[in-house]
Design a binder for this molecule. Structure first.
Ligand code: ADP
Ligand code: MG
Length: 495
């Protein structure tokens, strides 16, 4: 029987080499083998879940994050407590939103994101109300980002000069809005003292200096043109203003890109750092530094600590490091390494690639989680990273990405819930309707981030109806609008 069976099979499959092995006690031993494999898989699954557990936040934990954010906000606003506060709540001297009568041509600079840009913005009023923009992207080499301040600002002025030539506007002097997305202490709209670099910048001799002064010095060194620097603008504020131009309910700005930050309209009576009690002023929260006092240590995981320790600014921007594009991929990579070291992934083999910092970019989180992508394509992304994976591996990687992104969106939502509830209480309302202007590639391109964040805000602040409006180029357009408003007010004052 056996011989005939073998012969028939081989004849039917001439291209295959087939060996027949006699099993010994298949039903007994086999059952044990199946059970053993199932056991191993279940144990490994359990081990992975245990590692991921601390990254899954409960409703209570999120409420706690919201409450702590609220406490840190009060500290930042208070005159007595500001100095030691980690969430700085910086006054921006932006008090009025566009009313549609602004007009003119403005230059804007956008520094502090992935790209440095110079823009020409034309603002029109009346029947042709609207904003028209031209911009050019310039790269800032790492040597310059982390070189001297003079080199950095000389490079910026070189880019402005190149842009003016490109636009055929050499010699024209225009009012300029400078979007400078780092924490700055402002005593005026046209001044910004850099408190500390974040997000990969580290140029020397800038911290503690007025960046408008540094820019003007560089302009004078070049002796080619002069510019009237009207406003230093944080990208959150620019985003709020851009959305405010379309929607008057927009009184909050949010960024979830390379870094994360927010701003909102606070009552002047609560902005204790600035004289006066009338009206409102936009406050740049610098919420990325939330947690730097240690108040989030109970929810930070070993992976957050590892990412922080190897960053350019250890111990700083702890909230941002759990939320934003510069860090999420690194958190995922650290978890994957831990899994692999424990033999729970990639057959326990750690590749050199996996050990390389920064190879797992945050855009992969979006790609891997996009529902259209079959697991096979997840595998091809992993393969592209030099990671040999099985089908099971790719399911695991997808889950890790989901957990990390979900936590980021929930934390961001908890922070936002604190902000909108404070605005509601400021105004003594039982119910608040408000719009948040949002910018940032992570928010815009991740398939689930915005949904999870919005759900979280709804759950944590049920007395607020919050609409999220995506801003188009908030940092460029916003800087020009703020400059336009400032020029309008200045001209009105001169009349
Ligand atoms: P910035 O905040 O620097 O002004 P962006 O808003 O463009 O600039 O954000 C850049 C960040 O977005 C990068 O850190 C990058 O990791 C992240 N990113 C880029 N593409 C994607 C994507 N498809 N999904 C999620 N994040 C992305
Ligand atoms: Mg940006």
């Amino acid at each position: 029987f056996a011989r005939r069976l073998h012969k028939t099979v081989r004849k039917l499959l001439p291209d295959c080499e087939i060996r027949f092995i006699r099993s010994e006690d298949g039903s007994g031993k086999g059952a044990a083998m199946v059970t053993a494999v199932a056991y191993r898989l279940a144990a490994q699954h359990k081990a992975r879940q245990k590692i991921l557990e601390p990254l899954k936040l409960s409703h209570e934990q999120l409420l706690e994050v919201k409450a702590r954010m609220r406490m840190e906000m009060e500290k930042g606003l208070g005159k007595e407590t500001h100095a030691e506060a980690t969430v700085k709540m910086l006054p921006t001297y932006v008090c009025s939103t566009p009313d549609g009568t602004e007009k003119g041509d403005f230059l804007a600079l956008d520094l502090g994101g992935t790209n440095f840009r110079v823009l020409l913005v034309r603002v029109r009023n009346g029947m042709r109300r609207g904003v028209e923009m031209h911009n050019k992207i310039y790269s800032i080499p790492v040597e310059i980002m982390q070189g001297t301040g003079e080199e950095l600002f000389d490079h910026i002025v070189y880019c402005i000069s190149d842009f003016l030539e490109y636009m055929g506007m050499k010699g024209v002097s225009l009012p300029l809005g400078f979007t400078f997305s780092f924490p700055c202490q402002q005593n005026n709209l046209d001044e910004g003292i850099l408190l500390k670099w974040t997000k990969g910048f580290k140029a020397t001799g800038c911290e503690g200096e007025d960046v408008v002064g540094l820019l003007k010095d560089a302009i004078h060194r070049r002796e080619e043109f002069d510019l009237d620097v009207v406003a230093v603008v944080n990208d959150t504020v620019g985003t709020m203003m851009t959305c405010g131009y379309e929607d008057p309910y927009c009184e909050v700005g949010l960024i979830v890109g390379t870094g994360s930050n927010a701003c909102y309209m606070e009552e002047m009576r609560n902005v204790e750092l600035v004289e006066g009690d009338e009206g409102r002023m936009c406050v740049n929260m610098e919420w990325g530094a939330f947690g730097d006092s240690g108040c989030l240590d109970d929810i930070r995981t070993e992976f957050d600590v590892a990412v922080d320790e190897l960053s350019l600014n250890p111990g700083k921007q702890r909230f941002e490091k759990m939320i934003s594009g510069m860090y999420l991929g690194e958190i995922v990579r650290n978890i994957l390494m831990d899994f692999t070291k424990r033999g729970l992934l990639f057959r326990g083999r750690i590749s050199e690639r996996l050990k390389t910092r920064g190879i797992f970019e945050t855009k992969f989180l979006s790609q891997i989680e996009s529902d259209r992508l079959a697991l096979l394509q997840v595998r091809s992304i992993l393969q592209h990273l030099g990671l040999e994976s099985t089908c099971d591996d790719s399911i695991i990687v997808k889950e890790v990405c989901a957990v990390v992104a979900r936590r980021a969106a929930q934390l961001c939502g908890a922070g936002m819930a604190a902000v909108v509830d404070k605005i509601r209480e400021n105004r003594g309302l039982d119910f608040l309707k408000i719009t948040v202007g949002v910018d940032g590639t992570l928010y815009k391109l991740h398939p689930h981030f915005s949904t999870v964040m919005q759900e979280t805000v709804k759950q944590l602040s049920p007395k607020c109806e919050v609409t999220f409006l995506q801003s188009e180029d908030g940092s460029g357009k916003g800087a020009a609008l703020i400059t336009a408003v400032a020029c309008r007010i200045r001209e009105a004052g001169q009349r």
